[in-house]
Design a binder for this molecule. Structure first.
Ligand code: SF4
Ligand code: SF4
Length: 298
């Protein structure tokens, strides 16, 4: 099968598996993003993000991640929920409402890997969802899925920024999509909405001040934390005009845990480890753990 035919087949397969959008980019170095990464690392990063300083070469050149890689096939899943928590409850970022996306997307990537192998038995192909040194957002831009918003997140014209990204890197040649230009225009709503001034300027995120980082990675957070989020933070995505216009997702796997939608601070504090692990066994909440959530609420 030629590259045009196989790209078409792979895209149809991805959509049939439940991905909401996909696109392909030619593998190689991302010069601007690599320079930006090196610059950022040079400023000194928090200890908990030390993994970003490892495998920098692979991060900058995907061909070192998958030998002979020719194509980066980028995939996107909408996770904007139809029902949200009441504003007076301890808030959880939308991405963590349902089953852990790593597991959900991994299952789909396995099928896509098998699809490539069925047509190209000797192909190199690997799927990634947040597990590899890969600049997913930059590849998503290159694959035509959206642009980088001033909050440094990918914004899809069709699905906004409440989206998960995943990648399939392969040595099979595909046909490639065109990157999109930014459609942020003069808007700065995301920068203005950040409650911790973590967005110091458009496109400039100070990760140490970011609540999303603090609630998951920062062990020292509990002292003096006053924000309403107990996991993640959506404050710079909620006002984005591109998120207002989009439809809620329809993925059964991302259906919210009912307890998560309704729990008050008192309910969270009353949980013990056994109950938490049983209720949220397959949730991203496991990443921070009950102890941290309870310390934040107290
Ligand atoms: S996630 Fe929250 S704290 Fe981080 S940049 Fe966005 S609004 Fe600011
Ligand atoms: S809020 Fe405005 S500036 Fe920020 S990502 Fe959305 S469109 Fe771009």
């Amino acid at each position: 099968m030629d590259a045009v035919g196989f790209t078409d087949l792979l895209k149809k397969k991805a959509l049939s598996l439940g991905f909401d959008a996909c696109g392909a980019a030619q593998a190689g170095v991302l010069p601007a993003e690599s320079a930006h990464l090196q610059q950022w690392l040079a400023t000194g990063i928090p200890e908990r993000l030390a993994y970003m300083a490892r495998n920098v070469e692979k991060r900058c050149d995907v061909r070192l991640l998958v030998e002979g890689a020719q194509s980066v096939f980028m995939l996107l899943m909408n996770y904007k929920p139809a029902t949200v928590q009441r504003a007076d409850l301890p808030q959880v970022a939308y991405y963590a409402y349902g089953e852990d996306y790593h597991t959900v997307i991994r299952r789909k990537l396995n099928v896509l890997e098998e699809t490539v192998k069925a047509y190209y038995p000797n192909a190199q192909v690997r799927g990634f969802v947040d597990t590899a040194p890969l600049l997913e957002k930059a590849w998503a831009v290159k694959a035509g899925l959206g642009w980088i918003g001033k909050n440094s997140l990918l914004v899809s014209p069709a699905f906004g920024s409440f989206v998960f990204l995943a990648a399939l890197v392969t040595d099979v040649e595909l046909t490639y999509d065109k990157p999109l230009e930014s459609r942020c225009g003069h808007c700065t709503l995301c920068v203005d909405a950040c409650p911790n001034s973590a967005l110091e300027a458009p496109y400039r995120l100070n990760v140490r001040k970011c609540i999303s980082y603090q609630t998951i990675e920062d062990k020292a957070l509990e002292v003096g934390y006053t924000h309403r989020y107990i996991l993640g933070c959506d404050s710079c995505q909620l006002p984005c005009p591109w998120n207002k216009a989009t439809a809620a997702h329809v993925h059964e796997d991302f259906k919210p845990f009912p307890e998560l939608l309704s729990y008050t601070a008192k309910d969270w504090l009353a949980l013990d480890d056994t109950q938490f692990n049983s209720l949220f066994a397959h949730s991203c909440l496991q990443r921070s753990g009950l102890k941290k959530i309870q310390k934040i609420i107290r």
